[in-house]
Design a protein around this ligand. Structure first.
Ligand code: SF4
Length: 234
């Protein structure tokens, strides 16, 4: 039976570049990032079922795109059918993924079912964790990056950062690793979102990053999202 999103964000101008989009939220994830602020999605607690296609039919002509997020969207058993149904209504599709599922990503890319991908890079390769089953995440992330690079589909790489988890040297190492794998786009750093409770019960950061140092030594342009020093700026 098809699983539906447990929730919908009806409108966002921030989550799909230059498009008016909605976000469909799905449950289930194969990682347990300590900073994750969606534990109810990751752990699959929500039993809501939203009729996503009815939602989209009502908004044709008003929305451009759908963001499929979670949780880890590539774990949805009928993702291909979900994308086909959304595409049949004329919407663009972006997926947010943790880069752990190159087989599913390849299938979606080959069938031209996705138009934009935001892929997480979690840790430097020497600190990356193993997936259930024992596969190192970084190897799968590298395969996903290679697929995206060769697909012609626009994509971005991003990392959620918290100074207690990743320092400037870690971040620069991760950016260099992606550059070595052939990534040439902007590398996005997303500041830890303190939602009150996270999977790893992370405390708020006690220091700020040295952005001058990051900018000076990064081989790629860095995009900063949700950094405290930028909040309130136009
Ligand atoms: S941050 Fe993303 S990859 Fe990590 S546990 Fe949460 S949903 Fe899964």
């Amino acid at each position: 039976m098809r699983r539906h999103p447990v929730d919908i964000t009806p409108l966002t101008f921030l989550d799909y570049p230059k498009k008016a989009a909605c976000i469909f939220w799905y449950t289930g994830c194969n990682l347990r990032c300590p900073y994750c602020y969606n534990p109810e999605l990751v752990l699959g607690h929500s039993k809501n079922q939203v009729d996503e296609l009815a939602f989209l039919r009502e908004r044709m002509g008003f929305l451009d795109a759908v963001v499929l997020s979670g949780g880890e969207i590539t774990l949805q058993p009928q993702l291909k059918e979900i994308c086909q149904d959304i595409k049949a209504l004329g919407y663009l599709i972006k997926i947010d993924t943790n880069g752990s599922n190159p087989e599913i990503l390849q299938d979606l890319l080959e069938h031209k079912l996705i138009d934009y991908v935001a892929m997480d890079n979690k840790m430097p390769c020497n600190r990356t964790w193993n997936l259930p089953g024992g596969d190192p995440l970084f190897g799968r992330f590298a395969r996903c990056l290679n697929l995206l690079k060769n697909s012609g589909t626009p994509f971005e790489i991003r990392t959620t950062v918290h100074p207690g988890l990743l320092d400037e040297a870690d971040i620069l190492q991760m950016i260099r690793e992606c550059e070595n794998l052939g990534y040439s786009g902007t590398y996005y750093l997303q500041y830890f979102f303190n939602a009150g409770f996270t999977l790893g019960n992370m405390k708020p950061p006690t220091r700020r990053y040295d952005r001058q140092l990051l900018n000076r030594h990064s081989p790629l342009a860095i995009g900063y999202r949700n950094f405290p020093e930028d909040r309130g700026k136009a």
